[in-house]
Design a protein around this ligand. Sequence first.
Ligand SMILES: C[C@H](O)[C@H](O)CC(=O)C(=O)O
Ligand SMILES: [Mg+2]
Length: 394
Amino acid sequence: MTMPTIKHVRAFTVRGGGADYHDQQGYHWIDDHIATPMARYPEYRQSRQSFGINVLGTLVVEIEASDGTVGFAVTTAGEIGAYIVEKHLARFLEGRPVTEIEKIWDQMYFSTQYYGRKGVVLNTISGVDLALWDLLGKIRDEPVHAMIGGPVRDELTFYATGARPDLAKGLGFVGGKLPLHHGPAEGVEGLKKNLEEIAEMRSRVGDDFWLMLDCWMSLDLDYATRLAKGAGEFGLKWIEEALSPDDYWGYAALRKAVPAGMLVTTGEHEATRWGFRMLLEMGCCDIIQPDVGWCGGLTELIKISALADAHGALVVPHGSSVYSYHFVVTRTNSPFAEFLMMAPEADKVVPMFTPLLLDEPVPVNGRIRTSALDKPGFGVRLNPDCTLVRPYAR
Ligand SMILES: C[C@H](O)[C@H](O)CC(=O)C(=O)O
Ligand SMILES: [Mg+2]
């Protein structure tokens, strides 16, 4: 079979949910007084949108092959990402065989290294990489999971992230991850309120349901240690992203300080094999949580995951919807997956990247059958009702 070449790369932006799931309007639990590093400033404490958590918006990368097939992917990178794709990265794709995924990744990473390495540039590279995998899957008429080794299980099992683990239990999830609401600047009062919320949730969900806490980079080592020790009696399964992603030393110390049986997790704001090598070699955490749309894409996640496996660490990707599902189903060291509750009250299951994707599978009774992923590429379509803008059309 002669493989088509890449004819054209296009980058679009779109507002309102999608891959930038913090870009919500109206009341939403995800923007209701959640502890953040900016919560030290009272004026930015109540809403994350107030300090700009949703400024980027969603980037859609579309890649068209010479046979007319179109692959696409979405990530959080908005207009900056669109600029990088059209003005910089497209040159490494157009005219190349659609199979050159590894070489294209290498060229995207090293050509942007002087201004990239992490953050929005890696989100953007991830988006291009995922769009390439989607394109190749469509050309080969295979799901992405089949191209990276094939499934190791018949179904995916999910925990839910949201304000209502008690409702998530009723919906069939294996666990619930609460956002932390009060940061160190809210003092002992805030710490008490945090512990009361965990205690209350534990009493609602019973002893056996997994309960986790997401701290979204908001704490210092002292506060995180006191919180973890206080939460020990409520059987917290893990404490997530307690510290700044740059504080590898703090994470290593926290891991030694938490009560026996409590896991330390982090990595959703980390990128590339080199970033995760720091986390793994410094003994920062028990579970790494790369976001497939931010860590460098699927091509990089495969390397990160192999490294984690050799260190005896689990890989439970952050969010990332179908991009995570196609990966998790192929790896024994990714035994379960995250589902972010995007309903404003966290009371029902809606697709994670709603409203942008069509055919996005959702957990039913906390599970997705592997057979639901058996469609070419990542198996999703763009919703034509969402308005795409192409700011840097060539
Ligand atoms: C709930 C968290 O603050 C954040 O919005 C999502 C996240 O970190 C996670 O799903 O993990
Ligand atoms: Mg998190």
